[in-house]
Design a protein around this ligand. Structure first.
Ligand code: URA
Length: 240
């Protein structure tokens, strides 16, 4: 589904006329939407779906591609709609973004941090396709004190769901009050992978935050907020 805009904006976006001139064209009865002549202002059209004609000739607007990074709070699902009506990441962007975008990959309901969203299906495939192995960095607070042998097992790979995980970078950042803060970078995206990796070495994940995907850093983006990716961030995944 494409962006929904006012008809005069559509005409301006197509390059056929300025927005003010477009309003005049509409009043003059020169514009039709899906074969129906429109003379009043304020009609909305969907880019890529509705057919707009000016003096009988079709005018087109390229649907703009959108790429964003969102800092997902805990307690949101990364699906477009949830069967249990829980809050979704869509709720966090829909006030400002009127194009239908979708999350790239997933984060658990309880996990917070970086999630990418786009309306570019090809790009989403490149980011999440196992062949490209985008690295993903997480900070995990786990129960108990992680030992060096356990740390080394995580680094080498542990068996989850009957298959060994590929080598991971893993470092202990802090041990406090019987819990360990661990930084872990994985190169796969299996279901609940980080939680299951820690379970495999006997620790429960209490808190999980994703801080990086490839070169894209969460940085100091506030919780629940989003930003547009830069063009070099977008292109990074195409080059891989
Ligand atoms: N690993 C997990 O266990 N959960 C996530 O949300 C992401 C990675």
């Amino acid at each position: 589904m494409g962006e929904i805009v006012r008809l005069q904006k559509y005409i301006a976006m197509s390059g056929a006329a300025s927005r003010r001139a477009a309003e005049q064209m509409i009043s003059d009865g020169r514009v039709a939407v899906n074969g129906k002549r429109i003379t009043e202002q304020g009609v909305k059209v969907e880019i890529g779906n509705d057919e707009v004609t000016l003096d009988g000739a079709v005018i087109k607007v390229a649907d703009k591609k959108i790429y964003i990074a969102l800092n997902k709070p805990e307690g949101y699902v990364t699906t477009v709609k949830d069967q249990f009506d829980r809050p979704t990441v869509m709720d966090l962007v829909s006030r400002e973004i009127h194009t239908r975008i979708f999350p790239v990959g997933r984060l658990d309901y309880e996990t917070e941090g970086l999630i990418l969203m786009t309306n570019d299906g090809d790009w989403a495939n490149m980011v999440s396709h196992p062949r490209f192995e985008s690295s993903k960095k997480y900070f995990a607070v786990i129960s108990g004190v992680l030992t060096i042998p356990e740390l080394n097992r995580l680094r080498r790979g542990v068996v989850i769901d009957g298959k060994k995980t590929s080598p991971a970078e893993c470092d202990i950042m802090e041990i406090d009050m019987g819990m360990t803060l661990v930084e872990i970078t994985i190169h796969e995206g299996r279901n609940r992978q980080v939680r299951k990796m820690f379970e495999a070495v006997g620790h429960k994940v209490k808190k999980l935050r994703r801080s990086r995907i490839g070169i894209i850093e969460l940085g100091n983006l506030p919780e629940g907020r989003w930003r547009y990716l830069t063009s070099s961030e977008v292109e990074y995944f195409r080059r891989k």
